[in-house]
Design a protein around this ligand. Structure first.
Ligand code: BG6
Length: 496
């Protein structure tokens, strides 16, 4: 533990961190690297232990597997052998199948042996069809009672596949855990750059007067990726970009852009405000979303100089698949602040580059004083770059040096970490928060249901789809985006 962590009392409470799916990708890529980083920073209590529930492996095999996984998938961690050995001291394995009641009994015995008095965090890094069974298994083995400390469960996304399945999952989980014990992960909320949006909005007095329909023309929230589906066809074929990114990550970000200032920084105060935004979203109407949404799929092309196959040429994708790898939707938040301001959320795989941004485009000036016959000056824009190169940019117009009055674009840049300090990984932020019992950055049951309800008409439309537009991989050439943004000043924002 570092001195600073002890002095400021920031270390998380001693906890049995139980990972279901402990040999899987998420554990290797994100969870263990996040816990190791927390150990480095003194934020993981020395008495906290990590128990992996694993099938068909010995403890030695499991440790070897995850160690190699961390080295391969999280090279930025620069994990040294001695540090791994120290971390591995905390690790234990419980063998067993998630469908077998014995597994949970064994887990209970193991936790008792480790220290029956401790808090327990159950992390479900498993396929969604196992969430309920796992929660019930824990209950049946008496592991959900909060007699000696807290019991919390973390549920990964996707949380349901539509409104009905999300509602059932909520009901099933709430039969085992109280809502306050359930942490639904949306890792976009764990990104520091997303939290910076809240600070930027509510700690600067110059923002509030501008943050409304009077000054803002429209908002674009985007997550472009250069990667494809990365061998996840089985999941992605049933999901598509709308479910994968818009219903969860981008709609959550939209609520933070649009919400009113919460009365205090508690989880429920923030989530109440986010929920009000969702409730104000104008419903899409079945069969009309065509002019309010764009769906497309990547064709073959080149990304970063390398040839890549079309989506339908990826392993395990049906050759006639019409699943969208690009989705855009235009939302309206019908309330006092935002009435008439479009929020365009878009995301795509195999795009020209990887970049996630929130773009606030302001209205144009009433006329061009400097060239009355010329085009209007470019609109001002405030851009929150969520990743990579996190920061905030303000796009303005200024005078070009010289004797004539010509304009040039002036971009004021404020990097998020100007001194080069590390930006914490989303999973580290979120794991720390669960251990601290702070649910502000997690989606509440009603938020998840409301967001599914909003996009339901788009999902219905997708079910009837027989064909889909295509865009060449590695480009921004998505058909339909021009018309979707018609009337929005500056049109479609293609990140530079
Ligand atoms: C996940 C999606 O939730 O987020 C992936 O399932 C996507 O398809 C990923 O690639 C994007 O996350 P990030 O943090 O890289 O923007």
């Amino acid at each position: 533990m570092t001195d600073a962590a002890i002095e400021t009392n920031q270390t998380s409470p001693p906890t049995n961190i139980v990972i279901f799916g402990a040999a899987g990708d998420l554990t290797k890529r994100k969870l263990l690297p996040a816990l190791i980083n927390m150990q480095r920073a003194g934020l993981l209590h020395p008495d906290s232990v990590v128990t992996g529930v694993v099938n068909n492996r010995t403890e030695a095999e499991w440790l070897e597997l995850v160690h190699q996984g961390i080295v391969d998938y999280a090279p930025e961690l620069n994990l040294q052998e001695t540090e791994w050995q120290a971390f591995a001291e905390r690790m234990h394995m419980v063998p067993g199948d998630l469908g077998d009641a014995e597994t949970y009994t064994r887990l209970g015995e193991a936790l008792q042996e480790l220290d029956g008095q401790k808090n327990a965090l159950f992390y479900c890094a498993i396929p969604p069809q196992w969430y309920t069974r796992t929660a019930e298994g824990l209950q049946a083995a008496g592991l959900t009672r909060q007699d000696n400390g807290f019991r919390r469960i973390v549920i990964e996304k996707p949380f349901g596949m539509d409104l009905e399945s999300a509602k059932s999952l909520n009901t099933e989980l709430q039969q085992v855990f109280d809502e306050s014990q359930i942490y639904r992960i949306d890792h976009y909320l764990g990104k520091e750059s997303v939290q910076n949006l809240m600070v930027f909005r509510f700690a600067n007095s110059i923002m509030e007067p501008l943050w409304n329909r009077q000054y803002i023309d429209h908002v674009q929230i985007l997550a472009a990726e250069s990667i494809g589906i990365e061998y996840r066809a089985n999941y992605y074929e049933n999901s598509g970009a709308l479910r994968d990114m818009i219903q969860s990550h981008l709609m959550q970000v939209m609520t933070l852009v649009a919400m009113e200032p919460p009365v205090e920084l508690t989880d429920d105060a923030v989530r109440d405000e986010k929920m009000k935004v969702l409730r104000a979203v104008r419903p899409f109407e079945f069969q009309t979303p065509k002019c309010q949404a764009v769906f497309a799929q990547y064709a073959k092309g080149q990304v970063n100089g390398e040839k890549v196959p079309a989506y339908v040429g990826e392993e395990d994708v049906a050759p006639d698949s019409v699943t969208e790898t690009f989705a855009a939707a235009k939302f309206f938040v019908d309330n006092w602040r935002w009435q008439g301001v479009p929020f365009i959320l878009w995301t795509g795989k195999r795009m020209k580059k990887r970049v996630s941004e929130i773009v606030i485009r302001f209205r144009e000036v009433p006329f061009n004083l400097f060239d009355p016959d010329g085009p209007a000056p470019l609109p001002n824009a405030l851009v929150f770059r969520l990743q990579p190169d996190e920061g905030v940019f303000l796009r303005t117009n200024a005078k070009k040096p010289g004797l004539t009055t010509e304009m040039q674009r002036l971009v004021m840049r404020a990097p998020y970490a100007p001194d080069g300090s590390d930006v914490a990984e989303a999973y580290e932020v979120l794991l720390y928060d669960v251990l601290q019992g702070d649910a502000t950055l997690f989606s509440r049951a009603d938020e998840v249901e409301e967001s599914w309800k909003i996009i339901e008409p788009l999902l219905e439309e997708a079910k009837l789809r027989t064909d889909i537009k295509r865009y060449p991989a590695g480009t921004w050439d998505v058909p339909g985006m021009g018309p979707l943004l018609a009337g929005c000043v500056g049109g479609w924002h293609k990140p530079s």
